[in-house]
Structures are given as C-alpha cells and as structure tokens.
Design a protein around this ligand. Structure first.
Ligand SMILES: Nc1ncnc2c1ncn2[C@@H]1O[C@H](COP(=O)(O)OP(=O)(O)OP(=O)(O)O)[C@@H](O)[C@H]1O
Ligand SMILES: [Mg+2]
Length: 305
C-alpha cells in the first residue's frame, strides 16, 4: 500500500482540512485582476499543507507536467541550482500556459544562492511562476520575503485532525473508535502528516487497546527526543525546564528513551560524542523512587555540563 499521507493529499481547496484563511487568500488572488502572483511564499509548520497548497495552485494555473519542476533546496542548496534555473527560466512552456517551479525548504539555500535567486524573483518572465515553501521564513533574506506574497498555513486543530483521520479510516472500512481518534488528534501535534503516518501505523492493529498503547508510546518517544535534543544542544535550563514541566509521561520510561538518544549520538562518533557520553552519566540512575524529581535533577545537571 502506498503511504496514506501521500495517497490522501488534497487536490482542491475543498479537500483541504482547515487552512480556511490560506485557501481564501489564494482563491482570492486567483480571482483578482492581476491574477495569481508570480512569486508566492508558503510558510508555516511542517505537515500542514504548504506543498499541498502550492500543488493546488499549480493545477489552477493549468501548468502541464512537463512545465512543473519541484526543487528540494535541502538537497540542492547552492548557487548552481539557481544558475540552472537562470538558464531555463526564459524558455517558453512546452505544453500549457506557464512554467512553475516549486522550491521546497527554500530557507536551506546558501546566502549566495539566495542572492542570485533574488534577482530571478525580481523580474520573472510572464510565463514563469515561483512558489517557495519553508517552515523557517526568518532564515530567508528579507528581500526575498518581501518580494513574495506570503501564504501562511497553521497547525490543524484537534477536531480538524480527528475529522481527517476518522474520514480516511472509514473510507478504508476500518472505522476508528472515538477514543482512538481523539488520542490520535492530540498526539499529532497539529500536523496532518503526523496524524496520517500514525494512522497508518495503527490501522492494521487487532484491537483498540493495542492502538492506544502504540499512540501513547509514539507520544512519549516524541517528548523524550524533544527534551534530549534540547539538552544535547546545550540549551539553557530556562528553555529545557518548560519542556519537562509540560510533559506528563512516566519518568523512568522517558529516561530509557533519552538514554537511547544520547547513546545513538555517542555511537555516531561525531563532534558531539564525548558530550553525549558525559550526559549519559547524569542519566545512569533509575527514577523508581525519585520519579519526576529524578528526571528534573538529571536534566538540570546535564544542562550545566
Ligand atoms: N490541510 C490539510 N488537509 C488535509 N490533509 C493535509 C493538510 N495538510 C497536510 N495534509 C496531509 O499531509 C501531507 C503532508 O502535507 P504537505 O506536504 O503539504 O506538508 P508541508 O506543510 O509541505 O510540510 P513540510 O514543511 O514538512 O514540507 C499531505 O500529503 C496530506 O496528506
Ligand atoms: Mg512541504
């Protein structure tokens, strides 16, 4: 089976869950006299519809497959990518009315590449459209940001996520119990992609108890990794403490998962390996008696390393 989150990608505004403002904004641009701007920037959290919306706009523009290119700027970060674009941007479309480039993760472009790209955005030919997407717009050059019309997507609400997973499960003759879908909605942290990836993991499970356990484990693991990352990165205690405060996972379980994280950093052998080993020492003792206080103490000491 293809992955649910790819199979279920909306292809029209109507199919989009939530994102009413973003859809209205883009829809309005399409109806305006000037039409859809030649430079659009989709911003917002991961897995909420940036790439999806950009592809819907591409359909509205009636851009043919031949004339649509997706570039992953996390992989092609340098100036060569932009030079490549400069070489072809003036070529007329092969089939449809326009050519569209979707530059995903555009904040990853190097400073040089962003500089060159800015020139391209300043005067795109009439047939060319650039759609940029990023979770980190603050990392883009201001001039790029101001040159584009920004479309903001937001995290989905829990009811929106619940509605999404319930519909998809029903379509597959595998309706979810409402307790399970509610749990899924909360564990997905506002991300449609995360909700659908989790849905795929639990759909085949035999009973609701197994599904709930799997979702709880996924939740605990995500929390553990978030805290471990912050500690590993040497974030100050003032940044780490709120993460621990917000979490109500079982501390000893979290300790195992955080140990696993630091162990994998240590075994990775990079620059961080020796720090990871030092941190591991702070997580050596169990929390059976100390409970959450033990977790707080370990994290505090690790932050001070
Ligand atoms: N608003 C939405 N309504 C319904 N499904 C959605 C929505 N947003 C995302 N999805 C689902 O999540 C998947 C991932 O969405 P998309 O690729 O648009 O995320 P993104 O915002 O580009 O994330 P990233 O920042 O990680 O690139 C889609 O294929 C679709 O299945
Ligand atoms: Mg994307």
């Amino acid at each position: 089976m293809r992955e649910i989150h790819l199979e279920e990608r909306p292809t029209s505004f109507k199919q989009m869950v939530g994102q009413k403002e973003a859809c209205q904004q883009v829809g309005g641009l399409g109806k305006s006299e000037e039409g859809i701007p030649h430079t659009l920037l989709f911003t917002g959290p991961s897995g909420c519809g940036k790439t999806t919306l950009a592809r819907i706009v591409r359909r509205k523009l009636k851009c043919a497959d031949y004339d649509f290119k997706e570039v992953n700027a996390a992989k092609s970060r340098g100036i060569d990518m932009v030079r490549g674009l400069e070489g072809v941007v003036n070529l007329a479309p092969m089939a449809g009315p326009c050519r569209v480039w979707l530059i995903d993760e555009c904040h990853q472009l190097t400073a040089d590449a962003q500089g060159a790209f800015l020139k391209l955005l300043e005067e795109p030919p009439e047939h060319a459209y650039f759609m940029l997407a990023t979770t980190r717009p603050e990392k883009l050059r201001r001039a790029i940001r101001t040159r584009c019309t920004e479309i903001k997507v937001r995290n989905l609400t829990e009811p929106e996520l619940v509605g999404l997973v319930e519909r998809i499960a029903e379509d597959r003759d595998n309706a979810l119990d409402s307790v399970v879908s509610a749990k899924l909605g909360s564990v997905a942290d506002g991300s449609a992609r995360k909700a659908l990836v989790l849905l795929q993991q639990i759909l085949g499970m035999p009973d609701d108890e197994a599904k709930l356990t799997a979702l709880e484990n996924a939740d605990a693991k995500a929390t553990a990794i978030e805290i471990a990352r912050a500690v590993m990165a040497g974030k100050p205690w003032s940044k780490v403490a709120p993460l621990i405060k917000a979490c109500d996972e079982e501390p000893e379980g979290l300790r195992w998962m955080m140990q696993a994280y630091f162990t994998s950093v240590a075994l990775g052998g990079g620059k961080q390996a020796s720090r990871a080993v030092d941190i591991l020492e702070e997580f050596a003792d169990n929390y059976f008696d100390t409970k959450k206080a033990g977790l707080v103490a370990s994290c505090y000491r690790a932050c001070a390393l």
